[in-house]
Design a protein. Sequence first.
Length: 413
Amino acid sequence: MFAQLENWVRGIFGWEPSASTVNERGVQLYQQGQYREALADFDRAIAAAPFLAWAWLNRGTCRAKLGEFQRAIDDYTKAIEIDPRWPTAYNERGLAYFDLRLDAQALADFQQAISLNPRELNFVVNRAAVCVALGQFDQAIVDASYVLGQDVRCVAAYHHRSVALGHLGKCDQALADADCAVALSGGSATYLFHRAGLYLRYNRHAEALADAQRTLSREPGIAAAWQASGTARYLLGEFSQAENDLSECLRLAEDDVLAANNLGAVQFSLGKFAAAEAQWLATIERSPEFASARKNLAWMRATCPDEQFRNGREAVELATQALGMIQWDQPAWLEVLAASYAESGDFDSAIEWQQKAIEQLGADEESSTGRRLRLYQSQQPFRHVCRPGESVELIPGARPIAMTGKAENINRA
């Protein structure tokens, strides 16, 4: 409609709208979601008035919306050249850098924006987000806490502080902030999914499953939420449902290493040994630094009820490699090495490592860990058999790996 009216006026009167007018029209089109049309207007405004900083910034924001982040950065840089003391331009360029995972550059721009306008809370929230991505968790907490001191209903500040607290192992505080983010956002999928990850990390598996399922009811295409749901179901012993959820995750994101590893554990528990073996071998080939797949395959080689999948020598080799990759800091994994030695016939070593596992885990004599020691003392290897109706035993060391990745819901001013 704007274009038709403009063409009519041009044809009758030879009138050309000002660059400012075209820029404002582009803003209106942008607000209506007509990004390509808005981009065309910003192009025209810049052609007519190359020193109109607002037009450069607006075109950058439009390009960022279209996923053209590097071109957006170029436009923001031009706006900064025209007006070097414009904090919004630094903030917007920081957002584009953040989208490209150029976190150091993003941090520099957010800091510059804050130095020019320290009262703008959005800039501080954005710095908190990029500090999380850079692993600067203490600074992220300082920034988020400052924002919440000014605005107690800032959802993103609760979220970023929760992520930072979670990485620092401050469970109760992280969950309290996650609860606030979920409540204030009305149950946003992003914040539900984050809280599901916290629940998994802190072994609250039923609550993790509930949040993962709520996430998927809102956004069923989130592959990582299927992974969280499947992992929680595995840890709860719901193997058939876990297999379905993890398979759906891999359908959506075939390179999800954790989902593939956990699917192997589920299939092993279901007695689908060939499928489990294939998952772990593929995971090791795809991500040789992923220790858990080696540990799980070692357990199969040591304890599988089907002898065609057992190999004591290979089990010892895999378990030793896996423990070395994690600097031997997971006591439960020592059980895998002990079982591997038992399968190889070296019961002295099996007893030694099982005793170390018991000491480090603080396990009692009647636990599965204690019972395995007595088995090795009687010169017998362990067989991991899942029988319907019996209590479920997971592969030792079964635990979710903490969710990582850059923080979401960064604010655009």
